[in-house]
Ligand binder design. Structure first.
Ligand SMILES: Cc1cc2nc3c(=O)[nH]c(=O)nc-3n(C[C@H](O)[C@H](O)[C@H](O)COP(=O)(O)O)c2cc1C
Length: 205
């Protein structure tokens, strides 16, 4: 039985940055890990694992300054179906913006859940520029912090960490704007089309 249950709560879990962050964590972890892509169908399966592990690690993206709704629903499920033994809850949260502090509210939300429901809080890693950093020469910065958080959990010496790309805000905004314009182009969509609200339409007018 694995000692750490890792729950990837990204709504695009199978293709997510969170999946890569979770994999890096597993590679560095001295403790054995079990990995789950969170879905509405596996709440019970994950909850049953929690009785048999010592640590729960949530890995997820920031969505609208908050935890993703799928994670919120899982927390509600845990409130209704609490494990008999509460694991220590640690967090790796990543956001698109440069500032890692954008993740503060999401971390507070999880800490509130833990304090109301008697889960001990472990380590926290807040990642800024989480969509981009792994594809840049700064990837080593985030890998280094994930290694630290993995060791902190195995040694039970919990830490609060953060990282982001060491760029000026202007440089980051310019680079990310170009990235999304090119992404749109490769999907046959112009910048002007992306600036409309008609994101769900097949043909944007
Ligand atoms: C619907 C939606 C809402 C988002 N909201 C925020 C936000 O409020 N702040 C932010 O910095 N990034 C935001 N992002 C960016 C994601 O946090 C970022 O792309 C992250 O790397 C996605 O991680 P994932 O691949 O693990 O899902 C949002 C992305 C989406 C799709």
């Amino acid at each position: 039985m694995a000692e750490i249950t890792i729950v990837n709560a990204s709504p695009r879990a199978p293709k997510s940055n969170s999946k890569i962050y979770a994999q890096i964590f597993s590679d560095y972890s001295d403790l054995s890990t079990d990995y789950f892509n969170l879905s509405p169908k596996n709440h019970l399966e994950i909850a049953q694992k929690l009785d048999k592990c010592n640590h729960l690690l949530f890995v997820f993206p920031l969505y609208a300054d908050s935890i993703p709704v799928g994670l919120l629903n899982f927390l509600k499920f845990l409130e209704q179906n609490p494990p008999q033994k509460k694991p220590v809850v640690s967090v790796i949260v990543n956001c698109g913006f440069l500032e890692y502090s954008q993740n503060d509210i999401a971390v507070q939300q999880l800490k509130l859940f833990c304090s109301i429901n008697d889960y001990p809080v472990g380590s926290v890693l807040k990642i800024g520029s989480g969509e981009a950093i792994l594809d840049t020469p700064f990837a080593f910065l985030v890998k280094r912090k994930i290694k630290k958080i993995a060791h902190s959990i195995s040694k039970k010496r919990y830490v609060n960490l953060h990282t982001t790309m060491p760029l000026f805000k202007k440089t980051f905004i310019k680079a990310s704007t170009n990235f999304w314009i090119n992404k749109g182009k490769s999907n046959g969509i112009t910048k002007e089309q992306m600036e409309t609200m008609k994101i769900e339409d097949d043909k944007v007018v």
